[in-house]
Design a protein around this ligand. Structure first.
Ligand code: PRT
Ligand code: ZN
Length: 283
């Protein structure tokens, strides 16, 4: 079968998480810092390390079969690729921000004003949909300093913590899009067995990340109350203990409502609760 190629960012915000995800999928590869292509020794796959801006086009043109890149980059480059899987990292939003002391108070106030950005395509679409006509100034970086230098009235840039806006005397004004890293593929990805196998591996790693493995002890009298609080993959396993009145319950709990669940479980009589990370969940 033809060896696949997956393009990931060479260095930058998405590099480490992309490498970690692929390694967690059981893929062995080396030298990724020093080479542009790294073969995977135990799967018919090569990893291409590229600038993130080039990844969507490489995938569209079939030079790479798959890519990991931020949704913001895909939308900006306007390529035709398939979204195969959201990956849950690199989360951020593209926002319009204005100086703290601005007189831009409503979206309509952006009419006739200048906005500096490295995302002119996405911004232009957003403003068009709202019927706003602004002067979009495309710059290649350090967008956040442009209002302070008198180069624009507002900016449109990616925000994660908001720290950069704050330290430049700016405040968020409008959400243009939210973004995270996604796995993309070209035409025919749905029919490619190797791609489907890789997607399944990625999904099993993502599922595992969202859940914890929990073992707890409970008096048999309280077992029903405890089980009611546990969704589990199917139903939890209940294992007898040496002490006749007690049982151990094994289950998985979603990370998102983890702390709520744990305190409810304690109230319902659970004791000796042990929580463990899960490596993979294969359905
Ligand atoms: O060299 P290459 O072209 O590959 O990398 P790059 O410099 O273009 O991109 P990089 O590594 O900075 O970001 C890669 C991807 O990470 C982006 O395309 C987004 O999908 C995602 N991402 C997530 C972010 C951020 N969070 C982010 N905060 N990309 C950039 N930022 C910048 C933002 O532009 C601003 O300057 O961080 C600053 C704001 O951060 P906060 O935390 O202060 O709000
Ligand atoms: Zn880039």
């Amino acid at each position: 079968m033809k060896t696949l190629k997956i393009a990931i960012q060479k260095s930058g915000r998405l590099n480490e998480k992309s490498v970690e995800l692929l390694k967690n999928c059981g893929l062995n590869f080396e030298n990724y810092k020093s080479s542009l292509i790294s073969p995977v020794s135990n799967f018919p796959l090569e990893i291409l390390f590229l600038r993130d801006d080039d990844i969507p086009e490489y995938v569209q043109d079939g030079i790479a079969d798959l890519g990991i890149v931020g949704e913001n980059v895909i939308q900006e480059t306007e390529v035709e690729v398939s979204y195969l899987q959201k990956l849950g990292f690199g989360k951020c939003s593209l926002k319009i921000a204005v100086p703290n002391n601005t007189n831009i108070l409503s979206i309509a106030d952006l009419n006739g004003r200048s906005i500096a950005t490295t995302y002119p395509v996405i911004l232009n679409k957003y403003l068009n949909e709202l019927g706003i006509q602004s002067d979009i100034r495309t710059i290649s970086g350090s967008v956040e300093i442009s209002p302070g230098l008198g180069l624009s009235d507002a900016i449109c840039d990616l925000v994660s913590t908001g720290g950069t806006l704050k330290s430049n005397g700016l405040k968020p004004f409008a959400d243009v899009m939210s973004s995270e890293a996604v796995l993309i593929g070209g035409k025919g990805s749905e029919n490619n067995e190797l791609i489907q196998e890789l997607i399944q591996r990625i999904q099993s790693v993502l599922r595992a990340k969202e859940t914890k493995y929990v073992v707890l002890n409970v008096l048999k009298d309280h077992l029903d109350a405890v089980i009611q609080l546990l969704p589990g993959v199917k139903s939890p396993s209940v294992v007898p203990l040496a002490e006749a009145d007690w049982v151990a319950v094994h289950t998985v709990i979603p990370e998102r409502d983890f702390w709520d669940r744990i305190s409810q479980l304690k109230q319902a009589g659970a004791q000796g609760i042990v929580v463990m990370p899960i490596e993979k969940i294969i359905l």
